[in-house]
Design a protein around this ligand. Structure first.
Ligand SMILES: Cc1cc2nc3c(=O)[nH]c(=O)nc-3n(C[C@H](O)[C@H](O)[C@H](O)COP(=O)(O)O)c2cc1C
Length: 212
């Protein structure tokens, strides 16, 4: 996937958004997003060990009025009109493979100036799965809203604080050298320090509280 700037900048810029403008993606951006979703299986280091993944852009008008009330995102996501929903064939590393691809798509969306938010727990999985004709050989591990993010509501700020979203684990709780008693410092990591710092930024400490 091609980005308009260094991926490090995009990783540092990315932040989850749960409040959206209520407007659907405009044509030009929709096309760019569809482009992000095109078959990229091979960019994932897990592609050899996992089944195929596919992604679709689902828009709110594709849901009937009953379904709209059952998206399962109510209270967590506000105003989103579009979602990226994907499925991956079941296999030992399907979740890792899907995660790699989804994060790449999310970084691509960030590069386009769009808001996203990983949702692995708080959405109606069976409804979203049926909308993309998920087969019994596939799973839908996570989805994300995608769109024009707006100012955070108080509720969103509370969710962020509950998820400790702004507090990443420090280096000495994440990276070790040889065994778990020896911390790996940024200095010692040398040329890997930037890469590990990006992993630290992408790592959410309270994922279990979010059903992910
Ligand atoms: C795999 C995964 C699943 C997640 N599932 C949810 C979820 O269901 N609901 C939610 O509110 N946040 C969920 N989150 C957390 C948010 O997407 C977000 O990452 C978190 O609030 C940290 O904020 P940040 O992304 O702005 O750093 C999930 C994150 C990950 C990585």
């Amino acid at each position: 996937m091609e980005f308009s700037k260094p991926i490090i900048d995009i990783i540092q810029e990315r932040i989850s958004h749960r409040t959206y403008s209520g407007h659907s993606l405009e044509k030009d951006l929709r096309e760019k997003v569809l482009n992000l979703l095109k078959n990229h299986d091979s960019i994932s280091p897990f592609s050899e060990y996992a089944g195929k993944a596919r992604f679709r852009l689902l828009s709110i008008p594709e849901f009937n009025s009953k379904e709209k009330k059952k998206l399962g995102t109510y209270g967590f996501i506000k105003g989103a009109q579009d979602f990226i929903v994907g499925a991956v064939e079941k296999s030992q590393y399907s979740r890792e493979h899907y995660g790699y691809l989804m994060e790449t798509i999310i970084l691509g969306a960030t590069d386009l100036g769009l808001g996203t938010c990983w949702l692995g727990g708080f959405f109606n999985r069976s409804l979203f799965a049926s909308k993309i004709n998920c087969t019994s050989d596939e799973i839908v591990p996570a989805i994300t809203p995608i769109g024009y993010s707006t100012q955070r509501t108080v509720r969103e700020k509370i969710i962020r604080s509950f998820a400790k979203a702004d507090k990443r684990l420090p280096w000495d709780q994440l990276f070790f050298e040889g065994n778990h008693n020896v911390f790996l410092t940024e200095d010692k990591a040398e040329e890997y320090s930037k890469l590990l710092e990006m992993i630290r930024l992408g790592h959410l400490r309270e994922i279990s509280n979010l059903g992910g």
